[in-house]
Design a binder for this molecule. Structure first.
Ligand code: RTP
Ligand code: MG
Length: 135
């Protein structure tokens, strides 16, 4: 299987709850290496640009509001099958539907405040990594 890179965000709810370390530990203990990382307060423009694919969705304004409500951790994870593996570790978007042992099941409270973001395809991963960290 190929070594891939994926993009991850530890969202404002998880940063506020002091679980950055616990979440990073899930990545590391499952074979994902942190190859870039920054604590960052997103501007409205950065959050809108990042989630541009959801621009027309009814939850877009709330999503941007939430993502700018406090600092986030943006990071690049590397490992075998990193994109799918990270999505598996995260669990379903809605924490109520997330499998036991997943990050969202253990650390998220709602579909809006759901602890983490992870790229959903190789194309998104490339775009998202370049968006925050350049080429
Ligand atoms: P993410 O992009 O943050 O990794 O999450 P995801 O792929 O699991 O979900 P996505 O469909 O890309 O949605 C992005 C974020 O928007 C919020 N959302 N709210 N109220 C709703 O119905 C709703 N649907 C999505 C979530 O915070 C989700 O993570
Ligand atoms: Mg998504």
């Amino acid at each position: 299987m190929a070594i891939e890179r994926t993009f991850s965000i530890i969202k404002p709810d998880a940063v506020a709850k002091n679980v950055i370390g616990k979440i990073v530990s899930r990545f590391e203990s499952n074979g994902l290496k942190i190859v870039n990382m920054q604590l960052k307060q997103l501007t409205r423009e950065e959050a809108e640009g990042f989630y541009a694919e959801h621009k027309e969705r009814p939850f877009f304004a709330d999503l941007v509001e939430f993502m700018t409500s406090g600092p986030v951790v943006v990071q690049v994870l590397e490992g075998e099958n990193a994109i799918a593996l990270n999505r598996e570790l995260m669990g379903a978007t809605n924490p109520q539907e997330a499998a036991e042992g997943t990050i969202r099941r253990d650390f998220a409270q709602s579909i809006d405040a759901n602890a983490v973001h992870g790229s959903d395809s190789p194309e998104s991963a490339a775009r998202e990594i370049a968006y925050f960290f350049g080429k």
